[in-house]
Design a protein around this ligand. Sequence first.
Ligand SMILES: [Zn+2]
Length: 233
Amino acid sequence: MTTRELFREDSYVRNCTATVARVGDGCFFVDQAVFYPLGGGQPGDIGAATWDGGSARIVDTRYVDGDIGHIVEEGADTPPAGANVELEIDWERRHRHMRMHTAMHLLGSILLYPVTGGNISAEKSRLDFDMEDTIDKEAVAEALAKLVAEDHPVSCRWISEEELDANPELVRTMSVQPPRGKGAIRLLEIAGVDLQPCGGTHLRSTAEVGAVRIGKVEKKGRQNRRVNIHLDD
Ligand SMILES: [Zn+2]
């Protein structure tokens, strides 16, 4: 089955009506999704589903057998296949994920080292860098605040591998090389700041990141530095 991924077309869509394509064990699948499935360090969305004769809380969203599974609260009913279901994400939580995710891209544009890992949550996020140098936390915090204040527009676009091959300078400007052999590549661009393949949900502009703070900088092994960030509201 192919699920239309509304969250990749517009990350600000909070709800939609979808048709249940099939039902799994404690989860269901739909023809079009607003719930972001766990991936790229960003958690799966939570929220609510209602249909004729029933409702359920969605406690997680993740890929199940290759499709986007909406996982219902334990013991809750799932809507039957063919049903129309109203889906609504927990927007407050997702918006924090979007602020964090966008802030991570900004952080990666400040610390130009290979990223070895990362994790996003509504309260705290982290990015791991392959680096031996110590980090000047104050300078990084200042640079991050500047990028937020400058309000750079953020956009996504799809590009085919053929287009990419025809524009090698695009690859050169990317902070992360795109995966090959999977068809179209989704590019995230923060104008003048970052360009890289990314499938996550982002803000429209960097000012919306708002009050972000650099937390602990941890030394994880000789060649790994972990930078934690927090949202201050
Ligand atoms: Zn991203």
